[in-house]
Design a protein around this ligand. Structure first.
Ligand code: DAH
Length: 315
């Protein structure tokens, strides 16, 4: 019988066998009932047999339960080395990323960050910048006019005016923000961003302008020997005015920014005496600089909110 118990491999069969031995009609139950008819030796032998059998059942039951539990644990085991569910990591937008790089450089040169309203009045956006009504230079910028005569800021140059009015001179700031023009293709978006530098003091010259621009571009694009090309240009708010190009990958010139010495009329419009103070301003497309640095090809993608585009471009 003990041999038989040992060979049973599942708990149900064990329970059935147990019942056939110790149950109401079990073989051992029947023999125990007849125990009173046995002689003392046979009684003792039956008692021993009874105990051994119960122990054998108990032992086998424990073995089978342990085996079942072990099997269950093995089946439910969590493999901690499996790859986990994919979590999307957050990333900075290329404009945010480039702004933190640009700000770090300009602030290290002593420029302080400034902002201004995106809805501007005509005076701050044009007139104070030496571009009075009917000035032909207004045509350079396809403007969104609001019904009350205000405009969607076409250039961050408006921030120059507000800063000079608020803070006076000497002043060394960079203005950042969204700008708006009626144009749209792969390199133009009706809403884009500009960054504007302004440095006015008693003896600021074009050498200071070129030095700052060169060092800024060298650091931002991480180029050792920046080659610049400075072309005469026209902006109503600077005299002389220029456009600055950078030698790109050693073979072509890319236009990077407009700049110049702030026009005396602009200083006067902000209550600054141009016989005492002078300085420079420069302005560039923030989106464009980010596109160049990170190799992006369509300005409109900045504003689509498509996370896949940002991630595909390594952000
Ligand atoms: N505001 C000009 C534009 O949007 C860019 C610019 C040119 C800004 C020359 C300046 C500057 O401050 O000096 O085209």
């Amino acid at each position: 019988m003990e041999q038989k118990i040992q060979e049973i491999n599942n708990l149900d069969e064990l329970a059935a066998l147990y019942a056939s031995v110790f149950g109401k009609n079990g073989t051992m139950t029947a023999r125990l009932k007849e125990m009173k008819n046995l002689d003392p030796d046979a009684r003792a032998a039956l008692n021993t047999e009874n105990t051994i059998l119960r122990d054998a059942f108990k032992t086998r039951q424990t073995e089978l339960e342990t085996a079942a539990l072990t099997a269950q644990l093995a089946a439910q085991r969590v493999d901690v080395t499996l790859p986990c569910a994919y979590e999307m990591r957050g990333a900075l937008h290329p404009l945010t990323q480039s702004l933190s790089e640009i700000s770090a450089i300009l602030e290290s040169f002593g420029y302080a960050l400034k902002t201004g309203p995106e809805i501007e009045d005509d005076w701050h956006n044009f007139t104070a910048l030496n571009t009075p009504a009917h000035h032909p230079a207004r045509d350079m910028q396809d403007t969104f006019f609001l019904e009350n005569g205000n405009v969607m800021r076409t250039q961050t140059s408006a921030i120059q005016i507000r800063s000079m009015q608020e803070d006076g001179v000497p002043i060394k700031i960079f203005g950042i923000g969204a700008t708006y023009r009626k144009e749209m293709d792969a390199t133009h978006s009706p809403m884009f961003h500009q960054i504007e530098g302004l440095y006015i003091d008693r003896d600021i010259t074009m050498r200071d302008l070129i030095a700052d621009v060169r060092e800024f571009l060298a650091r931002f694009f991480e180029i050792d020997n920046v080659e610049l090309r400075i072309r005469p240009s026209y902006f109503p708010f600077t005299e002389p005015s220029m456009e600055i190009d950078i030698k790109w990958h050693g073979d072509k010139w890319l236009e990077i920014m407009g700049a110049g010495m702030v026009h005396p009329n602009v200083l006067r419009n902000c209550g600054i005496d141009p016989d005492v103070y002078q300085g420079f301003a420069f302005g560039f497309g923030w989106d464009r600089l980010a596109m160049l640095k990170y190799g992006l090809d369509d300005i409109r993608k900045f504003y689509d909110g498509d996370v896949r585009w940002i991630r595909n471009n390594g952000f």
